[in-house]
Ligand binder design. Structure first.
Ligand code: 5GP
Length: 226
């Protein structure tokens, strides 16, 4: 009765530094076969443990700028420390055409660009329980200089000020609850009337006619015994 679009939905997941959005996305992918994540291109250096083509496609600045010139990005931005990050147009188009819902794990600038192009996009912002918890997590990670940490905080506070551009905000104080909340958002969004392509019901006169000639229908009024 309800015909849905064949192509998938675009979902943006942004969030403050150390909010755990990467882990949330990994868990969502594990639990939902119909979800895929877009692997971004970046000019930042690969961190320990990261895999090229899995975490990001790591490229040089001139290669990234050539891709910009060739219109290969759906969106791109300079996010931190003047490094480029961008979403591949062909990669995302292929996944959507194949019917997958596609997560873009991108920053607020990228989210804004995508929202302007595709207003139907579902925008979710993941927050850490508090900024002091973020401070604790960054210190515990112990991988960055004080300048880098300050830059992270500056970006985080700037992003929190942009939360009104998102449709949903989820505080990640427990991974399981957070993933369930995001799944609930996606389920509700799928039921939205404006995401349905067509609703077709059987012809009204035919249905009434079938009903009127139905010999099996017992027309006795219902008697309720005292
Ligand atoms: P990180 O360097 O810690 O992996 O990511 C830094 C920030 O870049 C995160 O907020 C992440 O969401 C954002 N980011 C990752 N990929 C993209 C992208 O393709 N486009 C944009 N605009 N931001 C991205």
């Amino acid at each position: 009765m309800i015909k849905r679009k064949k192509s998938g939905e675009l979902i943006i997941i942004s969030g403050t530094t150390c909010a755990g959005k990467g882990t949330v996305v990994k868990e969502l992918l594990k639990r939902n076969e119909n979800l895929k994540v877009s692997i971004s291109y970046t000019t930042r250096a690969k961190r320990d443990g990261e895999i090229d083509g899995e975490d990001y496609f790591f490229v040089q600045t001139d290669e990234f700028e050539n891709m910009i010139a060739n219109g290969e990005f759906l969106e791109y931005a300079k996010v931190q420390y003047d490094k480029y990050y961008g979403t591949s147009k062909t990669q995302v188009k292929k996944m959507l055409d194949d019917g997958y819902d596609v997560i873009l794990e991108i920053d607020v600038q990228g989210a804004q660009q995508i929202k302007e192009m595709f207003p139907q996009t579902i925008l979710i912002f993941i927050m850490a329980p508090s900024m002091s918890e973020v401070k604790r997590r960054i210190k515990a990670r112990g991988k960055e200089t004080k300048e880098q940490i300050i830059e992270r905080f500056t970006v985080a506070y700037r992003e929190i000020n942009e939360i009104s551009k998102y449709n949903y905000v989820v505080v990640n104080d427990n991974l399981d609850d957070t993933v369930s909340k995001v799944e609930a958002i996606l389920i509700s969004e799928k039921c939205r009337v404006d995401r349905i392509e067509e609703i077709s019901v059987e012809n009204q006169e035919e249905i009434i006619h079938e009903f009127l000639i139905d010999k099996d229908f017992n027309n006795e009024p219902l008697k309720i015994e005292d």
